[in-house]
Design a protein around this ligand. Structure first.
Ligand code: FAQ
Length: 334
């Protein structure tokens, strides 16, 4: 399977008897739901797994601004424009919380950004799909943020303290994001026949990419077993995906839209909706860089990074000057 350069555990989960005393003590803390903090001892693979996941999560927030940012100037009303602007700005903030959480593990934000730009770190597959019209913006807020929330609510209980605290804060803002998306799509679904048709197309196009956000099926997930043992992940990819389907199908029905998958059916025995798998070959192809928008997204991110170099240089020069002034004042006072 395609894997990025930030290598993490791949040898399976160690049994207690194979653990060193430090590893066993660490696992006991995890099992007792005691949070791991930056200065605590941790296995190297735990640290790397977190850098990989939190870094990927941070990159997703930042790259995720692009499909929506594209529509700020074309929002249908001033109110919708203000809402979208606030939402996109929030995503930048989420990226910053997450980069800061990852930095506590000994990697700098610049290093993570460099790895992203060099194709050595990933961002969520969903942002490699285009937003073709205003209905897509509603569907992104509703389905994409909706999927993100389901994942992130679980991650509030993740074992690494700084990641857990970032998730708690992010979840509060994320629920506004999903609501504004649902409100926008509701307006379309209950609007003119043409608006309803656009809403239906948006759901049809984004449904399977949204299901892919939860990652490959559990049987193909490389990291789940170890990440669950370390409580980095609290629920498996398939559990979260099922939760998303169960939550979203009644919302689609409420909107009076057709279900985007003919196999969606309530299963009385399981107490869940049945549904079709996404096309996993498409998912892995998007991860390899072959989605509809991968090239554009990276071109935009690298361009923004290069165009912003003068701002970063200016801020660093200012910080150095302030530091020098502070040190000179300290020496003068002695
Ligand atoms: N896209 O073994 P697993 C948002 C990779 S936030 C790309 O199952 P894991 C807010 C995975 O990295 C959205 N790659 O991996 C927003 C691994 O490859 P690697 C982001 C994916 O880590 C809304 C390989 O496949 N949320 O949307 C994806 O245990 C609107 C094998 O997979 C997060 O990142 C994917 N969908 O489970 C912002 C949540 N799925 O690294 C703006 C935190 C899997 O070995 C606008 N992350 N891969 O090369 C997680 O919960 C986990 O990392 C999973 C994947 C569940 C995504």
């Amino acid at each position: 399977m395609y894997a990025q350069m930030v290598k993490t555990a791949s040898d399976g989960v160690k049994s207690r008897k194979d653990m060193s005393p430090e590893e066993a003590a660490f696992q006991e803390k995890i099992d007792a739901d005691i949070k791991i903090e930056p200065r605590d001892w941790m296995p190297e693979d735990y640290r790397r797994t977190l850098i990989r996941q939190i870094g990927q999560h941070a990159h997703s927030e930042v790259v995720g601004q692009l499909p929506e940012g594209n529509w700020i100037t074309r929002a249908p009303t001033l109110e919708r424009k203000m809402i979208l602007l606030a939402k996109v700005q929030d995503e930048a903030g989420h990226g910053l919380y997450l980069y800061s959480a990852a930095e506590t593990l000994g990697v700098s934000r610049d290093e993570m950004v460099e790895m992203l730009h060099a194709g050595k770190m990933k961002y969520s597959s969903i942002f490699n799909y285009p937003t073709l019209n205003w209905a897509d913006i509603g569907a992104v807020g509703w389905l994409v943020d909706g999927a993100a929330i389901i994942n992130q609510v679980a991650l509030q209980r993740t074992s690494y303290g700084p990641y857990s605290r970032a998730m708690i804060r992010i979840c509060k803002e994320e629920s506004f994001h999903a609501r504004q998306g649902y409100s926008a799509i509701m307006k379309m679904a209950f609007g003119t026949p043409e608006q309803k048709r656009m809403a239906q197309h948006a759901v049809n196009r984004l449904w399977f990419p949204a299901l892919m956000m939860f990652g490959p099926s559990d049987k193909d997930s490389v990291h789940s077993e170890q990440s669950m043992a370390w409580k980095i992940k609290i629920k498996t990819n398939d559990e979260l995906r099922q939760q998303f389907v169960d939550q979203t199908v009644p919302q689609i029905l409420y909107l009076g839209l057709e279900l985007p998958d003919p196999n969606i059916k309530w299963n009385e025995e399981r107490g869940h909706y049945d549904f079709s798998d996404p096309d996993w070959s498409e998912f892995f192809n998007v991860l390899k860089g072959n989605g509809p928008c991968n090239t554009d997204r990276m071109k935009d991110r690298v361009g923004a990074w290069e165009d912003g170099a003068w701002v970063r240089d200016g801020l660093m020069a200012h910080a150095r000057k302030r530091q020098a002034r502070k040190e000179a004042a300290k020496i003068a006072a002695e």
